[in-house]
Write a protein that binds this ligand. Structure first.
Ligand code: KIV
Ligand code: NA
Length: 260
């Protein structure tokens, strides 16, 4: 298998659409890689779907690095990008380089960080250190307290300015989250790097979904932009209750599951 590289991912713009999914562990990474995703994003959304927090703010850098290592062991082809968690890059470009570098040392191909104009120096410093950066504009979940919730972002001028700042700083691609499709389309036309949308309409250069949302595994809430392409939550509950039933009525294990 030929691994997806950062330059290949970047040059897909206008050629083919990019399919990105989040992943947090070895088994999921193997399944995602076998399904042919272009990129596995080890997102700080793991604060919600793995840890059960209401937002990603509690997630730490060591936790992110642990999940990146798990995902890397299960990935042969997809580009693996690690998400810089809250306060691991906000203080200074120097802090951003130091912490982003840990993801590359762990084996990731690059990092993602949130913010446009306000984070341009951080992005540029990482890029100078040969750390590929994916930007993230629109609804940035690490800003949830400032926004007062996970709210659709509608300030077109600010979002376009942020996207241009991210591109100018040297990022190789850009997530756009929870913005009206017209704004995402404007951004996609305004920058030369691929835009990866989530809740941002169909005109982006690619899409990203959280693994658990895509597979119907996260019952807590289902945002409007999520499509569950399978209902694994229902399948898991049915499978496990069939197991409980079989244990209780003595039909499992059968002779075929028993050592002679
Ligand atoms: O943490 C995450 O999963 C993300 C994506 C949804 C873009 O940032
Ligand atoms: Na994230």
């Amino acid at each position: 298998v030929k691994p997806v590289t950062v330059p290949e991912f970047r040059s897909a713009k206008g050629q083919r659409k990019l399919a990105v999914v989040t992943g947090y562990d070895y088994t999921a990474a193997r399944l995602l890689d076998a399904a042919g995703v272009d990129c596995i994003l080890v997102g700080d959304s793991l604060g919600m779907v793995m840890q059960g927090h209401p937002n990603p703010l509690p997630v730490t850098l060591p936790q992110m690095l642990y999940h990146v290592q798990c995902v890397l062991r299960g990935t042969k082809r997809a580009l693996v990008i690690g998400d810089l968690p809250f306060l691991s890059y906000h203080e200074s470009p120097r802090q951003a380089v130091r912490n982003a570098g840990k993801f590359l040392k762990a084996g990731a191909a690059g990092v993602k960080l949130e913010g446009g104009e306000r984070m341009a120096e951080q992005i540029a410093a990482c890029v100078r250190a040969d750390i590929p950066v994916m930007g993230h504009v629109g609804l940035t979940p690490q800003s949830v307290q400032r926004f007062g919730g996970f709210k659709v972002q509608r300030n077109a001028a600010q979002i376009v300015a942020d996207a241009k700042a991210v591109e100018q700083a040297g990022a190789f691609s850009l997530v756009i989250e929870s913005v009206p499709p017209a704004i995402a389309e404007e951004v996609t036309k305004a920058v030369s790097i691929p835009t990866i949308g989530i809740g941002a309409g169909a005109e982006c250069d690619g899409q990203v979904l959280v693994f658990h949302d895509l597979l119907g595994l996260f019952p807590d809430f289902r945002p409007k932009f999520v499509k569950a392409f399978a209902e694994l939550g229902t399948a898991v509950t049915a499978g496990v209750s069939a197991y409980c039933q079989a244990v209780r009525d003595g039909t499992f294990p059968g002779p075929e599951h028993t050592f002679k």
